[in-house]
Design a protein around this ligand. Structure first.
Ligand code: TNX
Length: 540
C-alpha cells in the first residue's frame, strides 16, 4: 500500500515509461500505430491506456505542463470545480507546480469543460484534446470529466503519481481521445464482513479502482462472521454482531456517519456504492445478536470460521419481515444510489419453498423504499422483481440447468451482472503458490481474468441483458490493504477494461503490453500488485 517514497531513480523510470509506450494498442477502432522515438522524453501514445479507449486520433506536437500552467474550469459547476481541484491534487506533489484553478482564460492551460450539447459522450464519456496550445477535457456530465482526468494521468509519465517532487518533462502526446464505456455497471465488491476494513482502507481501494474507471463499489456488509453497518432500530446487529471476524479478531462496524463518509468519498470518485445485506442465508451474525430472530428462539454463538450455508433467517416468522423492513428502510435512507443488494446466495439451510416465499416478501420491501433489487443469481430460482439485476457467479462447469435458469430470467427482463468465479473472483489464487486466497473455483491467472467476453458469456442470455461486470473480493483470507492490492491488482484492471472497452479492442497480446505499462504507475502509487509472469512488466 501507499507509503511515502524516497526520491526515485528518475532517469531509469522515465526510460521505462518511454519503453512501455513502444507497443501500440490492438484492434481498436482507431488504433494508434505511431512508433514513438524511444527517447526518455517521448510522451506515451494516446492509445496506451487501460481501459483501452473507444477512439484515438493521434497527431501534432505534444502538450507540455509548465510551472505556469493553470487549470481552467470554465463552467459554473461545483462538481467541475471539485474535479479540477482533484486533478491539481494529483499533479502538484510530483510536478512541484502551483497549478492554480481559474475560471478566466488560461492560455496553454488545462481546460475542463462541461457541455450539455455533447450528447454522444453520454453519462460517462469524454474527449481529451492535446496540442501545444493547450489540453482540453470535455464531457457532458461530471463523471465523464472525472474519467478524462484518469486518462490524463495515464498519459503522463508514471512518476506523476509519486508524492514527492520529480523531474519532468510532463508531456501529453498530441491528438484526440474520444471515449465512452461499453457497460454502465463496472463494479468491484469488497467483503468487509469476513474481515472488517476501516473507512480509510475502503477509501484507498476506491482511489485505486477509480484510476481504471470502475464506477460501482459493492460492499458486502453482513455475513455469518460479522454485521458491519449500524442499524438504529436493531443496535446489537453492529455492537454485538460486528464484534468479531474470521479468526476471532475484533471485527468492527461503520457508524452511520462513517458509512456516509465512505459514500461521500465514493461519490467524489464517481463510484456508486451498492450495499449488500445477505439474506436469508449468511445471517449468523444477525441471528447471534437477536435470539427472537431464530425459529427456536435461541441465539447461536458468534462465528469466526469460514464455512458457508449453515444459517438462515426464520422464514415463517412474522418478526423476520419486521426486521428486514427496518434494516432495508434504514439502509435505503442512507443510500443515494439506485440499488440494494439482498444477497440470496448459498441458502443451503433454507428449503426451496421457503427461499421463494422469502424473496417474494422481501423484494417488494426494496421497491417500497424506492430501490432496485440486486441478488446473487440464485435469485433467478425464485421470481426476480421487475427491473432486478442478478449477479452471476457460476463457473464454466456450472450445470447447464443452472445456466439455463439464469438465461431464462435474462430473456424475461432480469439484468445480469457477470462475476464468473473462475474468471474474476479476486479471492481465487493466481496459482498454487499464491499465499492468500482460495481455490474452489480454480486458479485464476491474469490472462484468464481478462480473456473472455461478457457480451457472449452466458449461453442463451441476450447480450442486451448484460448490465456489466463486477469483480468480488471475498475476505476469508484477506485482512490488510496489502492483501487487497495483491489479490485485486492487476486482475481488477482487466475487469475494468472488460467493462469499459468495446469488444473490438479485446486482444490479450495488446492488453498485456498496455497492462505492463501500468507497472511503474502502480509502483509509484504504492500498490502491491502481483507481478504475473504472463505480463511483460517493465518495472525496475
Ligand atoms: C462463495 S459467491 C460465496 C461467499 C464466499 C466465496 C468465497 C457467493 C455469492 N458466496 O460466501 O465468501 O464463495 O470464494
Amino acid at each position: 500500500m501507499r507509503q511515502p517514497r524516497a526520491l526515485p531513480r528518475l532517469f531509469g523510470s522515465l526510460l521505462l515509461v518511454a519503453a512501455a509506450g513502444i507497443a501500440a494498442i490492438g484492434a481498436g477502432p482507431a488504433p494508434d500505430r505511431s512508433v514513438p522515438d524511444p527517447s526518455a522524453s517521448t510522451p506515451r501514445p494516446l492509445g496506451q491506456i487501460v481501459p483501452a479507449p473507444a477512439s484515438v486520433s493521434p497527431g501534432g506536437a505534444p502538450y507540455t505542463l509548465t510551472p505556469w500552467t493553470r487549470i481552467r474550469v470554465d463552467q459554473h459547476s461545483r462538481e467541475a470545480q471539485q474535479i479540477g481541484t482533484y486533478l491539481a491534487g494529483v499533479l502538484r506533489p510530483s510536478t512541484g507546480y502551483a497549478l492554480p484553478l481559474t475560471d478566466g482564460p488560461a492560455p496553454g492551460g488545462i481546460r475542463l469543460r462541461l457541455s450539455a450539447d455533447e450528447r454522444a459522450l453520454g453519462d460517462e464519456g469524454y474527449r481529451l484534446q492535446s496540442s501545444p496550445a493547450g489540453l482540453t477535457l470535455t464531457a457532458r456530465k461530471p463523471a465523464g470529466l472525472f474519467h478524462a482526468v484518469q486518462t490524463l494521468r495515464q498519459l503522463l509519465p508514471a512518476a506523476v503519481e509519486k508524492d514527492a517532487r520529480q523531474r519532468g518533462p510532463w508531456q501529453v502526446a498530441g491528438g484526440t481521445v474520444t471515449d465512452t464505456p461499453r457497460y454502465a455497471y463496472r463494479g468491484a465488491m469488497l467483503d468487509v464482513s469476513r474481515h472488517f476494513f476501516t473507512v480509510d482502507q475502503v477509501k484507498l481501494y476506491i482511489d485505486q479502482l477509480a484510476l481504471y474507471k470502475i464506477n460501482k463499489l459493492h460492499l458486502h456488509l453482513s455475513d455469518d462472521q460479522g454485521w458491519r453497518i449500524a442499524i438504529d432500530s436493531w443496535p446489537r446487529l453492529a455492537t454485538y454482531g460486528g464484534s468479531t471476524q474470521v479468526g476471532g479478531g475484533p471485527g468492527g462496524y461503520y457508524t452511520k456517519a462513517q458509512y456516509k463518509e465512505i459514500l461521500g468519498y465514493a461519490a467524489s470518485r464517481y463510484l456508486e456504492v451498492v450495499p449488500e445485506i445477505d439474506m436469508p442465508g449468511h445471517t449468523n451474525a444477525a441471528l447471534a445478536s437477536y435470539a427472537q430472530l431464530n425459529c427456536n428462539g435461541v441465539a447461536p454463538p458468534l462465528y469466526t470460521g469460514t464455512d458457508v450455508g449453515f444459517s438462515s433467517l426464520c422464514v415463517p416468522k412474522a418478526l423476520t419481515y419486521d426486521f428486514v423492513d427496518d434494516v432495508l428502510r434504514e439502509l435505503a435512507a442512507l443510500t443515494p444510489g439506485k440499488y440494494l443488494h439482498i444477497g440470496g446466495d448459498e441458502a443451503h439451510s433454507t428449503s426451496h419453498a421457503d427461499y421463494v416465499a422469502f424473496m417474494d416478501k422481501v423484494q417488494p420491501i426494496v421497491a417500497k423504499y424506492g430501490k432496485t433489487v440486486v441478488g446473487w443469481h440464485q435469485l433467478t430460482g425464485a421470481t426476480p422483481a421487475k427491473g432486478a439485476l442478478a449477479q452471476y457467479w457460476g463457473l464454466d462447469d456450472t450445470s447447464a440447468e443452472e445456466k439455463a435458469q439464469v438465461a431464462r430470467a435474462a430473456r424475461n427482463g432480469t439484468g445480469l451482472i457477470l462475476s464468473p468465479a473462475d474468471r474474476i473472483y479476486l479471492d481465487m489464487k493466481y496459482n498454487k503458490d499464491t499465499p492468500l486466497g482460495l481455490d474452489w473455483a480454480g486458479f485464476v491467472e491474469v490472462r484468464r481474468a481478462y480473456d473472455w467476453d461478457p457480451g457472449g458469456y452466458l449461453p442463451g442470455a441476450p447480450a442486451s441483458a448484460v448490465a456489466g461486470v463486477e469483480a468480488p473480493l471475498w475476505s476469508e483470507t484477506i485482512s490488510t490493504s496489502d492483501h487487497i492490492e495483491f489479490m485485486a491488482f492487476p486482475r481488477v484492471v482487466g475487469v475494468a477494461e472488460l467493462g469499459w472497452s468495446a469488444a473490438s479492442t479485446h486482444d490479450w497480446e495488446a492488453y498485456r503490453v498496455r497492462l505492463a505499462a501500468q507497472g511503474p504507475r502502480m509502483e509509484a502509487l504504492g500498490i502491491d500488485f502481483y507481478r504475473s509472469p504472463q505480463v511483460p512488466w517493465r518495472s525496475g
